[in-house]
Design a protein around this ligand. Sequence first.
Ligand code: FEO
Length: 171
Amino acid sequence: MLNTKIENALNEQLKIEAFSSQYYLAIASWAENNGLNGTAEFFYQQSDEERMHMLRVLKFINERGGTAIISAIKQPDVTFKSLTEVFDSFLNHEQMVTQKVHDIVAICLDERDHATNNFMQWFVSEQIEEEALVRTLIDKLRLIGEEKSGLYFFDRDLLSAKNPNVTVNNE
Ligand code: FEO
């Protein structure tokens, strides 16, 4: 059975994951409208992944005798001037998520809730992977700078960045 403190923290996490899904959906749509189809596809997939994270938390809360709360999500701000700005925002957001995940782990340790701590370790690992992926992409963007053909290939490569089985049509 979840104690109230942990139930509240998990519901907060549920909301963060739901916002992340909405945020990446908004970025995907922005990218699509700006001719960045690889970036759009990447963020559509990222949005789907965040929805799965949200469901993971939701089901855990309910399975452990708590009540998952589905709350309103604020509209994401997606006014970007460049791809670098998109990926810097992506990293900032994921770093915030990592901090929240670590905060919940700290509460679990305080409350001696080993089951929730164990559940949260999946998110700890996931955040390491996500941050590493974003950093790799930001490093590539820094190398490319403002060079148009480099940005074109960067965007095209993103079509297969999350799913190696996706093939690029015009190759
Ligand atoms: Fe579910 Fe990218 O945090």
